[in-house]
Design a protein around this ligand. Structure first.
Ligand code: ZN
Ligand code: ZN
Length: 356
């Protein structure tokens, strides 16, 4: 294949990012790289690409260097291909197709912790939405503000879920689970033996969200390497708007109007670890969370991660919020075959357990 023009490719990427209203610093990365390479004499770009010295130039980073290497090899850079693939497509149709492909929801709460409704009502609402399963993920013990379940209460919940499942329509079941706190040292806030019994384990950071970058990265990497963790919940912890009326949740009591910035962590390291350990990255559909932000969804996709489009519903009506997550996933070009809750319940549970 004959080489493409790497500088034109970088500039095209910058243009498409701008048009998609992406963060300025991301656009600038591509524009700066194009400028730095444009200033070199003829042939110098290819020489540097061959000897792996592109990133020694100021303005050229790992991502932009990779694009250049791909261009010179005659391939449309993967980064560009993704942007092109998602622009101009009918996003409404893509989001609807993803929503249609979803068979269940992997992050939901009941009145056993901080949700507003009994398990039975959540399950019936999920049946009405056409789901085949609902993973019940009430909070873990240390999250006392959300009435996190002790080991004892979780054991009782498991018995209760078994009984409720008996009474539910055929073809639907509640899967057992937890939204377990990722503690300060990266360990998970529930007994190992119990985590091993659950169908699906979502792990989230709810405390120490202002940990410095190194500490937060270590903490998340420890949790991701834990074989019990299946899905990394709302990974940045950000709150982009106040909570909808009548909705409460951990860490936000009395602070309904508060927004919260993203936690600081090395996203490339975290997503690489998720891909390596087969941990799915949650796309949290809650309007006030929209977590992770689109630029991180794209990076997780690039890293080869699985995803789970979840509602984090605390009430039955919120189970229909999945479409918000689907819209954001579609904007980032996440294909349905990378989303674990498009799978049937048996496959999902098997996937979660082969990791343990
Ligand atoms: Zn949470
Ligand atoms: Zn939750």
């Amino acid at each position: 294949m004959s080489a493409r023009d790497p500088i034109a490719d970088l500039r095209r990427i910058a243009f498409l990012l701008e048009r998609a209203n992406e963060a300025t610093y991301r656009v600038r990365a591509f524009r700066s790289a194009a400028k730095a390479l444009g200033a070199l004499p003829a042939g110098a770009v290819a020489d540097r690409a061959r000897s792996g010295k592109l990133t020694e130039l100021s303005g050229v980073g790992d991502v932009t260097a990779r694009c250049v290497v791909e261009s010179l090899a005659g391939e449309e850079p993967v980064y560009l291909r993704r942007l092109v693939a998602t622009e101009g497509t009918d996003l409404d149709a893509a989001a609807a197709a993803l929503r249609d492909a979803l068979r269940g929801d992997c992050h939901t709460h009941s009145d056993w912790s901080d949700g507003g409704s009994p398990i039975e009502e959540m399950a019936l609402a999920a049946v009405e939405l056409g789901h085949e399963y609902l993973v019940l993920t009430d909070h873990s013990p240390r999250l006392t503000v959300a009435r996190g379940l002790t080991a004892e209460r979780l054991r009782r919940q498991l018995d209760h879920v078994a009984a409720v499942n008996e009474a539910l329509p055929k073809g639907f079941r509640i899967l057992t689970g937890i939204e377990v706190d990722i503690l300060a040292d990266g360990s998970l806030d529930q007994d190992e033996e119990l985590l091993a019994r659950l169908d699906v384990v979502v792990g989230s950071v709810h405390s120490g969200l202002n940990d410095d970058r190194a500490k937060m990265t270590r903490r998340m990497l420890t949790a991701i390497a834990n074989p019990h963790l299946d899905i990394l919940g709302h990974c940045t912890g950000r709150m982009v708007s106040s909570r909808p009326a009548g909705v409460t949740g951990p860490g936000d009591r009395g602070h309904r109007a508060r927004t919260r910035k993203e936690s600081d962590f090395d996203a490339d390291a975290v997503f690489a670890a998720c891909a390596e350990h087969g941990v799915a990255v949650e796309i949290n559909s809650r309007p006030e969370r929209q977590d992770p932000p689109k630029r991180l969804i794209r990076r997780a996709l690039e890293a080869g991660c699985w995803f789970a489009v979840n509602t984090d519903a605390h009430a039955p009506g919120q189970l229909d919020w999945q479409r918000f997550g689907c819209e954001r996933a579609a904007l980032c070009g996440v294909p349905p075959n990378r989303v674990v809750n498009t799978w049937k319940a048996d496959r999902l549970v098997k996937w979660a357990h082969t990791r343990r």
